[in-house]
Write a protein that binds this ligand. Sequence first.
Ligand code: C5P
Length: 235
Amino acid sequence: MREMYLALDFPEWEEARAFIDTHDLYGVPVKVGMELFYREGPLLIEKLKEDGHPIFLDLKLHDIPTTVMKAMKNIARLDVDMVTVHALGGSEMIRKAKEGLMAGSVSDSPKLIAVTMLTSADAKVMNHELRISGDVGNHAAHLAALAHQSGADGAVCSVGEVQKIKKACGLSFLAVTPGIRLKGDSVDDQKRPSTPGNARANGADVLVLGRAVRNAPNPSAAYNKVIEEWNDGNV
Ligand code: C5P
């Protein structure tokens, strides 16, 4: 699988729509996160679907299993492609998330993707702040394996962890990789960034593209450059 979702990290729909229109990104696959969803709600999903955008709804649920199950049942009704939970919520929570998705789905159930260690976290955060010992990559692979055993379809991880995760969970378990930057871009708050070419070489399935496009001097050109690198020279 090789897909790419543009993160619509905007405070409101008008700004997101203006960005899409101005930079000729009509109908591209988009990722809707907390910032935009908490402002616009489920109606936003309907608007994006009307405009033909495939949707990854990245709300990163993390709560007690029953609450996550009920929330996922409602989210499934939005009929999006992919949704997220935090693997740190544990196996029962992930299983209940899947159960909720299946119960609420109108057609194909959205793919359940588990966030492992946020790509904004490094060893300092994990070892000292969270007091989780060991190597970040190994811990991400452990969380991915837990998610896989609990019914998730894939994991969010950094590109450097994809091979470990595929080895632990099998090739069909999806590796979704944010923190993507073109050469020379600012890495911002991402601690484990990578280029699209490196993501492809490591076997990632889904790229999440945010500031590499949004903050580029020419977002449309940056988007096309990422597609080109991601597809190994073929636009
Ligand atoms: O701007 P940038 O490319 O860093 O955007 C990353 C996007 O991916 C943001 O929408 C963020 O919420 C999301 N994300 C992430 N790390 C994760 C999971 C999701 O950066 N582990």
